[in-house]
Structures are given as C-alpha cells and as structure tokens.
Design a binder for this molecule. Structure first.
Ligand code: ZN
Length: 224
C-alpha cells in the first residue's frame, strides 16, 4: 500500500462528513456552527396536525438538513451521537419539568434500547442522563413499516401515521403522572409527533411534549 493511500485512509477517518475538511468530530466546528437555531424559546405552540406542543432546536435546512439526510438515508449513524449532544445542550434551558421520561419515536420492529443506529434512541439516552430523567425506549411501539415521511405529501403523511403507534404493556405504569417528552429528528407537518402524542395521552401523563432536532419551515401551525 502506498504512503498516499495510507494517508488518505487516515484522513478519511478524521474528515468532516459534510465538507471533508479534517476534523476529529464527524461534523467539524465550522459546519456545526452554521446550523441555524430556531427562535429563542423554540416553542412551536400548537400544531394543526393535532394536540401536540413542544420544541425544535434548528431549522431543517442547509448543513443540518444535509447531515440528517446522510444519517437517515445513507445510514451514517456516526453522526447521531454528536447531533444528540447538540440537542441535549440546547435543551438544558427548556422547562421540561422534574425527571421527565424521554420517549423515542420508534422504528418498526426495533425494541432494543441500545439501538445506536437510530437518532431518537441515542438522543433519549443522552437527554435522560442530562436531565436525571428516564429513557422511555420501548414504551412506544410502531405497529407497521411506513415510508419516510419526507417522501410524502401532507395528506399522505397524516394517513401514513394513522394508527401506527401503540403502547407497550408496561407503558401506562411508567408514564402515568410523568412529564413525557417525545423525541424525533425532524418535525415536518407534525403528523408523526401528533400521532405519538395521542397514544401517549392514553397513559394519562402529567403532560406530553415533543423535542425535535430540526423543524421544517413548512410546519403547519394552528391559528397563531
Ligand atoms: Zn465540515
């Protein structure tokens, strides 16, 4: 093997996934600092898709959109840890109550809470440690495989997630009276978090919020 090809291999392990510049982290400082944070306070009020309210960290555009697509579509889950850390550090300022339970929006068939290849699971583990709360991995289940929401029209997104979630047998006991925070990567129409919220509310939590890494500017809000 030539010196050059060895050098390339070494550099490839330490290159930013987005710009290719040398970086110890998967996303270099320059790319990470170009993510555009949502307004102070983050709050989305209420979504037209249903009775959910909560917070999103960044706008789903530019370098962050590129990072999320690389992670979700191309399976580059090395990015999940760093992105989760960025979400968790912004979330520190949020009023998430006492010992919240962080529930990942699940994948179909995945019940393993150690799932390191799935952003919502990775983020929930990090958030529950930071907030001295609990990880609610495995409490919300997905009952069927669905196409990626980003590939569908608004109406199809609502249909796509209709009846798609259910609670695990121990969820009611774990969630009753607690602050529950549903965690996902992207909020687009809000159809997914609203469907998840509707199911979580059956467990009679104290309150149910959502927390997403990114939010589309096209998110439809009700009234205000
Ligand atoms: Zn970069």
């Amino acid at each position: 093997m030539s010196v050059l090809s060895v050098l390339r291999q070494v550099l490839a392990d330490k290159a930013c996934f987005l710009c290719g510049e040398e970086s110890a982290l998967p996303i270099c400082q320059r790319c990470a600092s170009s993510f555009r944070a949502c307004d102070p306070g983050w709050s989305d009020g209420h979504l037209a898709a249903g009775p959910a309210s909560g917070f999103s960290a960044y706008w789903y555009e530019g370098t962050l959109r590129q990072a999320i697509l690389q992670m979700k579509v191309r399976g580059e889950y090395q990015l999940a840890g760093q992105l989760s850390g960025m979400l968790a550090s912004l979330a520190e300022a949020l009023p998430l109550g006492d010992r919240p339970v962080f529930v990942p929006v699940p994948r179909f068939g995945a019940r393993d809470e150690r799932d390191v290849r799935h952003f919502p699971h990775v983020a929930c583990r990090m958030l529950s440690a930071d907030f001295k709360g609990d990880s609610g991995s495995g409490l919300l289940l997905k009952t069927r495989r669905t196409p990626l929401q980003t590939q569908l029209s608004d109406m199809k997104r609502l249909k796509n997630v209709d009846g798609v979630f259910e609670l695990s047998s121990n969820a009611a006991g774990e969630l009753r009276g607690r602050t529950v925070v549903i965690v996902d990567d992207v909020l687009t129409t809000g159809a997914t978090v609203c469907a998840a919220t509707n199911i979580i509310l059956q467990a009679r939590p104290h309150q149910c919020l959502y927390l997403t890494l990114a939010r589309s500017r096209a998110t439809i809000r009700s009234g205000f």
